[in-house]
Design a protein around this ligand. Structure first.
Ligand SMILES: [Mg+2]
Length: 172
């Protein structure tokens, strides 16, 4: 089996993933990473923009589930309780256990599911292994620290060749 690490779509921000886009692609279950995808790691609570986006998805009948590798469940739990959504913690991405658990719980097929995340070797690889559409975003708040700067620079060529690269402006 050959796995591609090229995301299916690339966005500047999670908020660019709209109900219309998801509907057009048959997605009713959106799995999402937390750190640097929905909020910088330094942000302890969901902000108003995130609440508004979650509400928009809920109104459109899209189910949202956080799939996080976070070692501590405290942060993920606080976010999810506040947003009124479910999560799978210690998900072990790039393993597929977390994604498949959420899909099974929601009765959603791979075709009806998409994964949203900022990292290639965890989020994207997990999505590809589970056979679901991968929506990649730029790191929320920008890359933090030397390692993340290097990592995101390495990820850029994969994003750039995505057929669904929808970023309007390139970051420098
Ligand atoms: Mg992340």
């Amino acid at each position: 089996m050959t796995l591609s690490l090229v995301p299916d779509d690339v966005f500047d921000n999670y908020a660019d993933v709209t109900p219309a886009f998801l509907r057009a692609n048959g997605v009713r279950l959106l799995l999402t990473d937390l750190d640097y995808t929905l909020a910088p790691k330094s942000q302890a609570e969901p902000d108003e923009a995130l609440r508004a986006w979650v509400e928009t998805l809920r109104d459109a009948g899209v189910t949202l589930r956080i799939i996080s590798n976070n070692r501590s469940s405290v942060r993920v739990e606080r976010f999810c309780r506040s947003l009124g959504i479910g999560y799978v913690g210690h998900a072990g991405k790039p393993g597929t256990r977390g994604l498949l658990t959420a899909m099974r719980e929601q009765g959603a097929s791979a075709r009806e599911t998409a994964m949203l995340g900022d990292k290639l070797l965890t989020d994207t690889l997990a999505a590809k292994r589970a056979g679901v559409r991968m929506l990649m975003v730029e790191p929320k708040g920008g890359p933090v620290g030397a390692w993340n700067h290097a990592l995101h620079a390495m990820q850029e060529p994969f994003k750039r060749v995505s057929a669904g690269d929808q970023r309007r402006k390139r970051r420098i």
